[in-house]
Each structure stands twice: as C-alpha cells, then as structure tokens.
Design a protein around this ligand. Sequence first.
Ligand SMILES: Cc1cc2nc3c(=O)[nH]c(=O)nc-3n(C[C@H](O)[C@H](O)[C@H](O)COP(=O)(O)OP(=O)(O)OC[C@H]3O[C@@H](n4cnc5c(N)ncnc54)[C@H](O)[C@@H]3O)c2cc1C
Length: 504
Amino acid sequence: MIVTSALDPAIERPRIERILASEDIVAALPWHSMNTSAATTPAGQALEATRPRAAAGSRGLDRLLSTRADTVGERELPRGSPDASKRSDAPRRPRVVIVGGGFGGLATARTLARSDVDITLVDRTNHHLFQPLLYQVAIAGLSPSEIAAPIRSILRRQPNVSVMLAEVVGVDFERRRLRVTGAELEYDFLVLAAGGRTSYFGHDEWAAVAPGLKDLDDALDIRRRVLMGFERAEKELDPARRRAQLTFVVVGAGPTGVELAGAIAELARFALARDFRSIDPSAACVLLLEGGPRVLPTFSPKLSERAARQLARLGVKVRLDTRVTSIDASGVQTSSDRIDADTVIWAAGVGGSPLAASLGVPLDRAGRVLVEPDLSLPGHPEVFAIGDMAAFLHQGGTALPGVSPVAMQMGRHAARCIRARLAGGASSPFRYTDRGTLATIGRSAAVAKLGRLELSGWPAWIAWLFIHIYFLIGFRNRVVVLLEWAWAYFTYQRGARLITGRKP
Ligand SMILES: Cc1cc2nc3c(=O)[nH]c(=O)nc-3n(C[C@H](O)[C@H](O)[C@H](O)COP(=O)(O)OP(=O)(O)OC[C@H]3O[C@@H](n4cnc5c(N)ncnc54)[C@H](O)[C@@H]3O)c2cc1C
C-alpha cells in the first residue's frame, strides 16, 4: 500500500484498529510501503513518526489518525486544526532530528537511547555504510551487503527513534525546521552528520573518468572498471592499447589510495593470475601517484617508508612529488609526463558535504562547517555539526581528521550536550581522544600507530583486521567477513568478482 494523501479516519480507523488488535503489529502494518512514500507524503511520515507508539493502543491510534500537518512529528498540528485539542493535554517530548545514519549520526542516536526525547533520524540511503571496508567491495573482496546494514534494523530495538528515508535539502534555522524532499520537520535540537564527499579540487569534470570512493555505487563502479580492464585486454590485439587497459592509476597516497593500489596489485598477481588465456594479469601495472614527498603523510616518516617498501613488494609503482594536471578517458597528464591508462581512480581529496554548503554558515576551505568548542553552530546552540561535516579547530588549531572515531566521539558528545541542556545545564567543550591509526596495504602488510607503539607488517595487519571486524555493524556481517577473509587468505581468491552495472 502506498499512502499518497492524508488518511481519512472514517475509512482507516476500523482497519487499523483491527491491525492494532493483532499480535504482530510490525508485520501486519505495511510499514515498508509507507516508508517508500515517506519522503513525499505527510501522512506516510506521520505514520512512521508514530510507529513506536502505535502498539500503545487507541491513544496511539488517535495520534496516528489525527496528524495532518505538513511537518513531521506527532504533535505538530497546524494551529486551529480540529485535532489539535485532542492532543493538547499530552506533554510534548523534545524532538531531536539527526541528519545522517553514518558513524556520527548513529552514535548520537544510540547515546540518546534512554533519554526522554523523540528522535527522527533522516538519511537519503536506507543503510549505514562501513566506509573503511569500501575498498574491499571495489576490488571484489567483499559484497556490498557485507559492509552495510539497514539503519532501521540497527535501531529497531530503540523505541524513541523513527527512521526516515529522505534527502535533506536545507535548514531554516529561524523557524527550527529541516527541509527534506517534499516536507519539513520541526526540531528542538538538530544534529547534522551528513559526512563529506569526494573533492576534485575544482576539477569536477574529472569525476566522470576518475571515480572517487565514497559510497557503494562508487565501489561497484570501480569494481566494474577494474575487472573490465582485464576483460578488454584479453580481447585486445594492439599491444599499446592492451598496455593501457592493464594500467591502473590511483591518484593520492593517503590510506584509501594505498589500500586500493595494494589491493589491485594483489588481485592481478594472485586472484586473476591463472584465469586468462591471452594476457598475463600479473603483468598489470599499478601506479600510485602522490603530490607530496611520501605515502601516508599523516603517519610518521618511518611508517611511510615501511608502507612504501610493502607496496613495492606487491609490485605497486609509487611516484612521489607527482602532480596530476589533467585526466581524460585515456589517461593522466602529470607534472612530468603522460600516462596512458584506461582505469584511473581518484583517492586524493575529501570535501565537505553539499548540505554544508547550502546552510549559509561559516565553512572552512574544505567546505566543512566551522563549529564552536561544544560542536554547536555559531549563534545556534541547539544545532550541532559532527563528523566529516564539521571542522573542529579547537584542539591544536588544525581540523581533526576525517575518520570514524572522530565522528563517533563527536556524535556521543553532541548527545551528551543535548541531555545536559534538557536537564537545565550547559554543554561542555568537546575533546577528541586519539587511540591510534591504521592503514592496510595488502596481505599481511599494514602500518599502525597505537599510542606510542608503531607497528608494520603482519602484527599491524592482524591489529587492522580485528579492529575492523570489531567495529563492523551486525553479527552476521562480522562472521561473513571473517570467513571471506580467511578464505581469501588461504586460497588467494576473491569472492565477489562480478561485473555489474549498465556499461559493459
Ligand atoms: C574509502 C574510505 C575509507 C575510509 N577508511 C577509514 C578507516 O580505515 N578508518 C577510519 O577511521 N575512517 C575511515 N574513513 C573515514 C570514515 O568513514 C568517515 O570519517 C566517517 O564515515 C564519517 O562519519 P560521518 O557520520 O561524519 O559521515 P558518514 O559516515 O559519511 O555518514 C553520512 C551519512 O549522511 C547521509 N547523508 C549525506 N547527505 C545527506 C542528505 N543531504 N540527506 C540525508 N542524508 C544524507 C549519508 O547517506 C550517510 O549515511 C574512510 C572513508 C572512506 C570514504
């Protein structure tokens, strides 16, 4: 059933009363269909917002049927509405709206689990994505469902949260309303956790020929391009074209670039090595271009050096101090030469979310929202920006790194500030606790900085492996990923080598 207009109580009441009387309300009500229309239909949104209370019986039913407003939330009736009187006696719980079901947004929602608030979490996708393992999808090591989980299912046991699938298009700070596609949501507290986006440093035209890696669509696009490179080369008779088809360029030697380059080299040398007849996949050329003087510039020079050695062992050619000046469908022009390559992957820049740019608030050069010490927006203590979307300059003067622990700690802190304000107190300044950084390069190859301890090679790889399994959401995902990795480790194979997508 698709809800396309406000519900008519006369028609819907008897039907819903029957459903509420049944034992399995969640199964009986067509929530999924309602959610599909939630982004555009006030009635659908209202139903979704009241879902946790529907089981409470007719009081929940009254609320369910009487909501008419073009805003979402069960008590947001327009002034003068005939239904307003029915609910005026019910004390209104503070409304917390969270934008984004990534690391930051989920941490905020979970920290408020026991708080007396109504939370609406809005995301334009229906899943939480574990971005640190995206590169594994891009190189056919894992399938999308193994690194993502439906946000509804993650939060299903938290009754004070409603999840809405919708794109947020703006915020009216004065009226305290969030604009989502086709509707508005009122809030008392707003937490903006919309993440970031791939930045091409003013060359957005490169996106078509050099995809970045930010979401599942990007990962599947890269997987298709990489696997198609080998397929095309197998059919190619011209040696120069074949060389270009077997040349894979990764731009940017930060953690994502290093992971991708190492993984493509492993794919070529091991997983594909014996599967082709006309070409030798292990002869593929994997180039890692870096504009600066070393790989993994955020690690110590010693670990950068070790990472470069491990990349070389895998057959990755690293070119340092090499600036990319243009990219087209047949290759890359650098500050020193031209590289003919059919597959170019962009791993050089991350910028602020487009939503940040639409807010009309001060941003840093990367397009992230400049936040106060407590993570709130200047002049709007009820609005917080966290995670990749925020530039926090109050600890050491430079922005905190765009990594998941920062987003999670910020998410928890924003929730604590909200709780403090609701209790009549003041919010406190945020402080990030850095527990370490890791980057993987390939099989038994990684670097790690954990406190003062610097590791590389097998011990760092084992630490990387277990930390990622630990933070992956969902027991099933943890088990499946562990099994996939064990299988890949012993067989050198990749389990998700499918070419999908419209372009052949
Ligand atoms: C390829 C890659 C590898 C990485 N590897 C690591 C790593 O190894 N370790 C590490 O710590 N960090 C890593 N990171 C960084 C880490 O993933 C981010 O720092 C973290 O995801 C930030 O969390 P967040 O909540 O701010 O944003 P995100 O996790 O990006 O979540 C943002 C959410 O907001 C939603 N959204 C965005 N715009 C809108 C809108 N307008 N309306 C509605 N919803 C919206 C998105 O759908 C998304 O669900 C990696 C990132 C990438 C891309």
